[in-house]
Design a protein around this ligand. Sequence first.
Ligand SMILES: NC(=O)C1=CN([C@@H]2O[C@H](COP(=O)(O)OP(=O)(O)OC[C@H]3O[C@@H](n4cnc5c(N)ncnc54)[C@H](O)[C@@H]3O)[C@@H](O)[C@H]2O)C=CC1
Ligand SMILES: CC(=O)C(=O)O
Ligand SMILES: [Mg+2]
Length: 373
Amino acid sequence: MRIGVPKEIKNHEYRVGLTPHSVAELSALGHELLVETQAGAAIGFSDADYVAAGAQIMTSVEALFADAQLIVKVKEPLAQERARLRPEQTLFTYLHLAPDRPQTDDLINSGATCIAYETVTDAHGRLPLLAPMSEVAGRMSIQAGANCLEKAKGGRGVLLGGVPGVAPGKVVILGGGVVGSHALAMAVGLGADVTVLDKSVDALRRLDSLYGNRITTLYSTGSTLREQILAADLVIGGVLIPGAAAPKLISAEMVKQMQSGAVLVDVAIDQGGCAETSKATTHAEPTYVVDDVVHYCVANMPGAVARTSTLALNNATLPFVIELAQKGPRRALEENQHLCNGLSVAKGRLTCSSVAEAHGLEYHSATGMLEQL
Ligand SMILES: NC(=O)C1=CN([C@@H]2O[C@H](COP(=O)(O)OP(=O)(O)OC[C@H]3O[C@@H](n4cnc5c(N)ncnc54)[C@H](O)[C@@H]3O)[C@@H](O)[C@H]2O)C=CC1
Ligand SMILES: CC(=O)C(=O)O
Ligand SMILES: [Mg+2]
């Protein structure tokens, strides 16, 4: 199969879909790898490294999209990339379609087979291709939040760990999944006072068994949530309903009542964000202020630590890329239900029910579409 790896073009996005190590694995299996020039250069993967791994370097991204049967990326395709997709092509990347109608419409119109990393599942009901980036973003959320709490950044001038004789900062984490548990590890490491809220008692039980009375776990209800948000120095938004738009747990009215200079790091922004006041930002301009609350809403946080993130992402995606390449998309999707759970768009139809619901569009079962691929 001809596999194309374009250079990412989102703001400050330095990750790349396949590392030279992954390219070498695919190349050894007899696949043809087309890598856009400089695709990994920013994180130390030179064109020469890709050539040594068996790739052909493409100076024209148009030619790459025209030739490749499978496109492997990191971020959702931007408008100019979507315009290059062809009906015979398979796209394998993060999509985050529920909060993004223009992208949803373009992918439907492209006719391409679009598989979203973030809804591929595993045998334990987890999201193995989202997890590595959630680990990165969860860990980063505390360093980003600590930074925003500094006065010069608009924050309330609180040091998360406190000092002897002064209480630590109060961190409230919404969602005790992958983002939440990795944020928790960092916040505890810094010596902050940490509370985690979730609707899943199992998630809270797991965190309680790891941290005991070092942290507070709370079942999330309207009133526990409100009480915690209003008292917080730093709020981390890490909730997820797979594939769906994030639930708006923090109203604009709650933001008004938060402490002046408090910080919200809304990691869930890639699914639309969990606060009514959240809107996506970029690494170039990561924050804005609403009612004295600093909002950090970068939708591609792991792009900032792109080398670590690319390696972690490839560890998880490579087996699926190999399966797609070896079997072809139709047989790979037919034989692997977990991969098929990632199928979002096929032959101009939406095959992810939560995305269809978010946009009020018609849903077609993925399995029903496979015979047309
Ligand atoms: N901004 C960025 O750069 C990145 C964003 N993300 C996003 O972070 C979010 C979280 O991802 P993960 O931690 O991997 O998900 P996860 O599925 O591991 O955890 C989500 C948790 O939220 C809980 N939850 C769902 N609805 C809730 C509610 N109404 N109240 C309280 N808890 C609720 C679930 O029970 C679950 O424990 C996702 O939107 C993901 O796409 C992930 C990586 C990078
Ligand atoms: C998950 C995601 O949106 C990212 O890693 O950028
Ligand atoms: Mg206020």
